[in-house]
Design a protein around this ligand. Structure first.
Ligand SMILES: [Zn+2]
Length: 376
């Protein structure tokens, strides 16, 4: 975190320097409580009015209520809170509007810290008008490209009630995140992009994102193995002919072997075969599995009836000039394409269906919370 520029702050008092620490920022000339925000060298004393604090936040109302007044403590430590974010909310509470950052004047990290403070002390109602007025959140509202996004935006959106933006990013993250193990710890992140850290996310969203992702991966894999089983059951070849009174598929073995072989080699390349996997065992993202499966080439045979080919060849004129048409000519006379047999494995359609039916990872608890926050 970058510290605020205290030198330029108009409310610094020269006569209240704490040895080794920072000068006290006075937000109320007749303040009765000094908040010690942060720890160590960056700890910032801020002289405030306890009655103002009680007005600003229900949490502070409880903290600086009757019992606090009786204890006569004039310094209260806030060691876990970010100095810049606390100063911002305290300035709003003490009507120091001219000292606030201007339009788009807050970095992403500062906005995140502001969200932490607003969530902790229930300050959204007081901060929101300034958030809207100065468009502090606006530059980040449409940050939904998984590679360049900030997953912690989910916390900001959750705190300030930007439910559409929350939902859009959460959905994209479901598809983009991959997992990896590092020192026995599972890292969740976008390949070549940001990592998702539970500490900077709203409750339960990381688990929900991973659950929806895992279910989608499992559904895709089940779809793949169902295709394998369908081919293994036989009856793949659609090119049939009458043999006596029976309609048979003389190329069944060749045809199904080619289709199965090309599909299995793709699954083996992706590490999804011969051991059948579930979504929980996959570290790649939904997007990358989707692309690999979608682009799987299912090969099919051309079967040949040589007697027909010879007959047809003999019938063709020696002066046949347009050679491009020859294959099509033969396909009608002795060579049969089995491309339609390959449609038994319509992996692209299966994958598309799974992805389009993925539910949103936004839980009912998130929606309710954002609805309430948006009303503040
Ligand atoms: Zn066939």
């Amino acid at each position: 975190m970058t510290a605020p520029e205290l030198e330029s702050a108009p409310s610094v008092h020269d006569d209240t320097t704490i040895p080794g620490g920072r000068q006290t920022i006075v937000l109320h000339d007749f303040g009765d409580v000094t908040l010690l925000v942060g720890t160590g060298e960056t700890q910032q004393p801020v002289l405030t009015s306890s009655s103002t604090l009680r007005l600003a936040s229900p949490v502070w109302r409880a903290m600086f209520g009757q019992r606090w007044a009786e204890s006569e403590s004039s310094e209260v430590p806030f060691p876990d809170d970010d100095v810049e974010a606390m100063l911002l909310v305290l300035r709003i509470a003490h009507l120091r509007f001219q000292e606030l950052p201007q339009k788009h004047g807050i970095s992403f990290n500062s906005l995140l810290n502001l969200a932490f403070v607003c969530d902790k002390y229930d300050l959204v109602r007081m901060v929101r008008p300034f958030l809207d007025l100065h468009c502090w959140a606006q530059p980040f509202l449409h940050m939904t490209d998984p590679k360049t996004c900030q997953p912690a935006w989910l916390f900001i959106a959750w705190t300030f009630g930007y439910s559409e933006s929350f939902d859009a990013l959460a959905k994209r993250l479901v598809r983009a995140v991959a997992t990896s193990d590092m020192d026995g710890r599972t890292i969740v992140g976008v390949t070549g992009g940001p990592e998702l850290q539970a500490g900077t996310l709203p409750p339960d969203i990381l688990e929900s994102i991973l659950r929806v992702r895992e279910d989608a991966l499992s559904a895709m894999l089940q779809g793949c193995y169902a295709c394998v089983d369908k081919v293994l059951q036989g009856g793949v070849c659609k090119v049939k002919e009458m043999k006596g009174h029976d309609l048979v598929a003389p190329s069944e073995f060749q045809c199904s072997s080619m289709i199965l072989g090309s599909f299995l080699s793709q699954l083996i390349t992706m590490g999804l075969y011969p051991t059948r996997k579930t979504g929980a065992e996959i570290s790649s993202s939904v997007n990358s599995i989707q692309i690999s499966l979608r682009d799987t080439k299912i090969l099919t045979i051309d079967s040949h009836n040589y007697a027909q080919i010879v007959n047809h060849g003999q019938g063709l004129s020696r002066s046949y000039g347009n050679r491009e048409g020859i294959r099509e000519e033969y396909l009608k006379h002795g060579i049969t394409s089995h491309s339609t047999c390959g449609e038994i494995i319509d992996i692209a359609a299966m994958v598309h269906q799974v992805v389009s039916q993925m539910p949103s990872p936004t839980l009912e608890s998130h929606r309710r919370h954002m609805e309430e926050q948006a009303k503040k």
